[in-house]
Design a protein around this ligand. Structure first.
Ligand code: SF4
Length: 432
């Protein structure tokens, strides 16, 4: 990306030479149907290798035949924190959220264009070997996961995890299996020790499913609506890519979650930079706040192997403005109507006096990963998803408190540098 300035707004051009990810360039590529024998997990089922404990993704060996509810997949960060795989992460010793993903040889039956788990990858890669939000997801027996955390609490009086979240996928068994996985968890770990979130797949769910999950101990129910407008939704995860989802069903489920879970106990995941404007994105954030919920934002990243892997990630100036705008709406009482936007829908004024805005920027909270809260504060997410939407070299969502050079970099991206405190390329790594 290169930086230019237009009309007082710092603008980064993406690799298409544009300063925003417009609908015209954010078009998914085409795909071919996999051969019949490779569909629905054909290779894994035909070879039927018996799983033995933890499976670390490896596309060079035959993937075992693993399925929920007995097996689940964990984010790399969760597997590292549990001690199930070796390694470390830049500037984070662990994650505070145990992200669990249902798993099946057939995988997710949807085909969302930005997602590494999408159905079109069946010929290329077995489900348990696919990358998702930039990382591998090891497969682990669910009982083993619950036993490790229960042991941590019993022996140490605490666990690194502030929250456990089950991510559903689109599969005929996912509603029933989510309940079984949740039961395995609560048989070992009390919701009083580790709060529970569900990242739902509304397409296969009904109202009763939401009620049952709440009765089983779920604290926060979120909907991965991902796309900020019906147009972006249809193009990236609806009929445009032969995927079964509709914006209406997702929005209706958010309204049901409001009724069933109540204020501050529901929310939506949204990806920034798939063709919507900053005004459209922040209007959706406002709508969720007005309902009593929260938004959890991700920067678009061209996931390898997805139908959008050829497209530019969200320009950082666009991303920072949306991150800051979202924080102000969610936690500082600012409304989208107080903000000013230019003709391309970019934020030109955040609707707060400069001194107040400066104080909020300086805390760095707006630029951290957004998600369900943990035990620190309402505006510090347990779900820190280390490097799930960017590489370490160009961090979008900060899984740690940004300070020093990281803050100077953020300020440069916002075109709000402090006098005499400019950012030099790569200087954050000199501070290690
Ligand atoms: S439903 Fe979720 S997991 Fe499945 S392809 Fe879409 S985004 Fe990926």
């Amino acid at each position: 990306m290169s930086c230019v300035k237009t009309d007082g707004v710092q603008v980064e051009k993406n690799s298409a030479g544009l300063d925003i990810n417009t609908p015209e360039i954010m078009q998914p590529r085409g795909f071919a149907m996999p051969p019949k024998e490779l569909r629905n997990g054909g290779r894994v089922k035909a070879n039927d290798v018996v799983p033995k404990g933890v499976y670390l993704p490896n596309n060079n060996i035959q993937t075992p035949n693993m399925t929920s509810p007995e097996y689940v997949q964990l984010s790399t960060a969760a597997a590292l924190t549990l001690g199930l795989m070796p390694g470390g992460m830049y500037n984070c010793s662990c994650t505070r959220c145990l992200n669990i993903l249902l798993t099946y040889p057939e995988g997710c039956r949807a085909n969302c264009a930005y997602c590494g788990l999408a159905r079109h990858r069946e010929a290329d890669r077995d489900y348990a070997d696919r990358n998702f939000i930039r990382v591998d997801w090891p497969s682990v027996p669910m009982k083993q996961v619950a036993e490790i955390v229960a042991k941590q609490i019993k022996e140490d009086g605490e666990t690194p995890f502030h929250r456990m979240c089950i991510s559903m996928i689109t599969h005929p068994k996912s509603d029933a299996d989510t309940r079984t996985v949740l039961k395995t968890w609560t048989d070992h770990v009390s919701p009083d020790d580790v709060a529970i979130s569900i990242l739902s797949n509304p397409t296969t769910m009904n109202r009763e499913d939401l009620v049952v999950l709440k009765d089983m101990g779920t604290d926060i129910f979120t909907v991965a609506i991902d796309a900020a407008t019906p147009d972006v939704f249809d193009r990236t995860r609806g009929k445009g890519v032969q995927s079964p989802h509709t914006f209406k069903k997702y929005w209706d489920t958010i309204l049901e979650a409001k009724d069933i879970y109540g204020d501050q106990k529901f929310g939506a995941h949204i990806i920034v930079g798939m063709g919507e404007t900053e005004y459209e994105m922040l209007s959706l954030v406002q709508k969720l706040v007005d309902l009593g919920g929260h938004s959890h934002l991700f920067a678009f990243y061209p996931e390898q192997g997805s139908l959008m892997d050829h497209l530019p990630s969200t320009p950082r100036d666009q991303w920072r403005r949306v991150q800051l705008g979202r924080y102000l709406i969610d936690y500082s009482g600012v409304r989208v109507e107080h903000m000013k936007f230019d003709e391309l829908g970019r934020v030109k004024d955040f609707g707060l006096p400069k001194a107040e805005l400066e104080m909020i920027i300086e805390t760095g909270l707006a630029f951290r990963t957004s998600g369900c809260p943990g035990k620190f504060a309402e505006d510090i997410s347990a779900c820190d998803r280390p490097y799930g939407d960017s590489p370490v070299s160009d961090i979008a969502s900060y899984p740690f408190k940004p300070e020093g050079a990281h803050m100077r970099k953020i300020r440069q991206q916002l075109d709000m540098e402090k006098p005499g405190e400019s950012y030099e390329q790569g200087e954050e790594f000199d501070e290690l």
